[in-house]
Design a protein around this ligand. Sequence first.
Ligand SMILES: Cc1ncc(COP(=O)(O)O)c(C=O)c1O
Length: 489
Amino acid sequence: MNRLPRDRPARVADGGATTTSLTPPLVGDLHLVGHQLPVPLVTGEEVPYLNLDYAASTPPLVRVAEAVQAFLPWYSSVHRGAGHKSQVATAAYEGARERVHRFLGLRADDQVLFVRNTTDAINLLASALPDGCQVITFAVEHHANLLPWRRPGLSARHLPVPATPGDALEQLDSALRDRPAGPCLVAVTGASNVTGEIWPIGELAEVAHRHGARILLDAAQLAPHHPIDVAGLEVDFVAFSGHKIYAPFGAGVLAGRGDWLRAPVPYLRGGGAVEFVTLDTVLWSDLPDRQEAGSPNVVGAVALGAACEALSGYGMERLAAEEMALARYARERIGAVEDVELYRLWPETHPRLAIATFNVRGLWHSQLAAILSAEYGIGVRHGCFCAHPLILSLLHVGTTEAERIRTEISDGAKGRVPGAVRASMGLGTTRDDVDALAAALDSIVKWGPRWTYRLDAATGEYVPDPETRPMPALPIALAPVGARGGESS
Ligand SMILES: Cc1ncc(COP(=O)(O)O)c(C=O)c1O
């Protein structure tokens, strides 16, 4: 019943800056750091880790880790540093900006700002929108594309979950026709982080522009898996995260039109963003410095630039086609397991990322995720994926029930939020991996868990009881897990 260790032979990197054990290249000449790392099971065996959690965060590409390793000796302060290292570091930081510019197919005069992640990028944009701006989103969005718009000075309108892509276009058209005069931003995801559908961004941009609105593409999910041509799609702003595009070194991007980003007062105020300061006045710099106050994450930017280069080298069109074929296979296989309910927004034939979000009837999502990890070495995400309104809609949780859950949670009962399990795939995920997940689900449905689990009151999560898996010996501090809750993205 156990998932057998997959027999991909490991070989050791031959010298190079990163001494990581390499499996054969995943696609093209791309490897991932830590791919198929052996992990313990509660039953005492070890199996190669099956990572099906790419939509939350990706491991680094070896090429990215090598770029970081090569850059670290040259790491120094950027911009005004006169030392040679500072000049090299500045060139690397600005070189990364150029790579991102090319990767996104931006217009020549578009700006690229380095931020922490997509959440930071969207909060920055929210801070820069003209006063009175209306922001229109759909109820499918990640919280990062819902909550930043709820600030004084903006008005947020959420359109219902559309039944089809055509419905999304119609809803937007009619919302924009009825909107109050003044600036307006349509903020949409490129692909659902819950169900994987790729949104009709070009058409949505066309509708937005026809009504004098602008459009933000939340590309947190799209950018790592699909080509993006900002100029061709006529998108005004785009945001994405390094940690979802194989460069988990703490940088993200907000890019697009400079006029709104050149807000009178920047998002962060401090050194690096100014030309001149007196005790009563400040002369802010122009972009990008104006919106990059404080010492920037140079290493993160270098990593992100290297990831963009590596993926472009492989070919984003090719990658997207391969991953869409994998998506079809995965959804067919997983959806065919007895008692599995697979969620989707739009018909199965609609193009989508390799994401399958599901529940197994009779099992709570957090318990299923715990079993897959503890007994099969399979890493998935579970919960609401930072998209509570969408999950409530997919699970048909009405407003009265939602209110009851809200009250229970605010009274301290964790673990009551309904949710699902998400398997998300990326570079290196194979049909064998999908088969391994389907076989594990099949066996859980037929035979149940082979271990005992308890609900941890502090986190509201199921955990193996007893937990027998040791933590690895690492030269860093490891605190007990489960000490803090938080939502899953
Ligand atoms: C569609 C979407 N937007 C925004 C975010 C937020 O990204 P980050 O956590 O990197 O800020 C996520 C993260 O899962 C996402 O899936």
